[in-house]
Design a protein around this ligand. Structure first.
Ligand code: F6R
Length: 267
């Protein structure tokens, strides 16, 4: 029997549940299109923070479909991606730059100099400078109208991995070079084929820029995310569960889940 569609409030955030990942992705794509239209109308541009990984693939297909149907232009959209492996060549098919080009940038009318990703080829000594520059670009663009997020099985957002920092310090974390958590590396075997091929580091947008977004859409699908979704939404705010920090900006966050990902919420 298909589960009921529902919208509930948990820890101050709106949580939208749909029976399937496809239906949840449609809700996310509709929300993104709406934010683009509203921001372009109000400010002349829309600044989006984008995610990669398996979860948003269908969302990008739906945004492309809206564009092809004539209902959505990206001419006045500016994008900042959450993260990129380090080091990695931009044309490496496993790079997030290649992913974005494949799934979205090459399929819509987004001007090339309005789509920004962290650069996996920057010399390591200059990575801090490059990361700081990325945060300055976001700020100069007036901040993010929307941040699209996925969640790692360890609760990471972007590649802000579980940390023993205080919540205050973690909430202020800037964009930076990080080492991936063992759980993240294990899950990346899917993309990299074998454990020894997984790239162990990444550049990630910091928690500070993520939490400063005027709206956050968190999309999580599938049973593998059920436990961490419940922990992030219902558990205490703790740097050991990075997504729990979204509770500190709860009124700006919408969680969009399929039924399997919502299974442990008890709602
Ligand atoms: C990707 C990102 C990550 C993913 C998360 C979930 O840009 O920032 O936080 O959103 O690892 O990945 P999937 O969707 O592959 O389960």
């Amino acid at each position: 029997m298909p589960a009921a569609e529902r919208t509930v409030q948990i820890s101050g955030s709106t949580v939208i549940v749909r029976p399937t990942a496809e239906a949840a992705s449609q809700v996310a794509a509709d929300a993104i299109a709406e934010i683009i239209h509203a921001a372009v109308n109000e400010r002349g541009k829309a600044v989006l923070g984008l995610a990669t990984g398996a979860t948003p693939e269908v969302v990008y297909a739906k945004l492309v479909a809206k564009h092809e149907a004539g209902g959505l232009s990206f001419q006045k959209v500016v994008t900042y991606n959450l993260d990129e492996y380090y080091p990695i060549q931009p044309l490496d098919p496993r790079s997030y730059r290649a992913y974005m080009h494949r799934l979205l940038f090459s399929r819509v009318d987004l001007p090339a100099n309005q789509a920004h990703l962290l650069d996996g080829t920057v010399p390591e000594a200059f990575a801090p400078e490059h990361a700081a520059q990325f945060d300055r670009w976001i700020e100069a663009d007036g901040g993010l109208d929307l941040q699209l997020l996925g969640i790692g099985r360890n609760g990471h957002i972007g590649f802000n991995e579980p940390s023993d920092a205080s919540v205050a310090d973690f909430a202020a974390a800037p964009t930076r070079l990080v080492e991936l958590h063992p759980v993240t590396k294990g899950d990346a075997v899917r993309e990299f084929g074998a454990h020894e091929n997984v790239i162990s580091h990444a550049l990630t947008m910091g928690v500070k820029s993520i939490l400063s977004a005027r709206a956050v859409v968190m999309l999580a699908t599938g049973p593998r995310k059920a436990a961490i979704v419940a922990q992030a939404l219902r558990g205490p705010v703790a740097s050991t569960v990075p997504a729990s920090l979204l509770q500190t900006i709860a009124e700006r966050v919408v969680w969009i889940l399929d039924e399997p990902a919502a299974a442990e919420l008890g709602a």
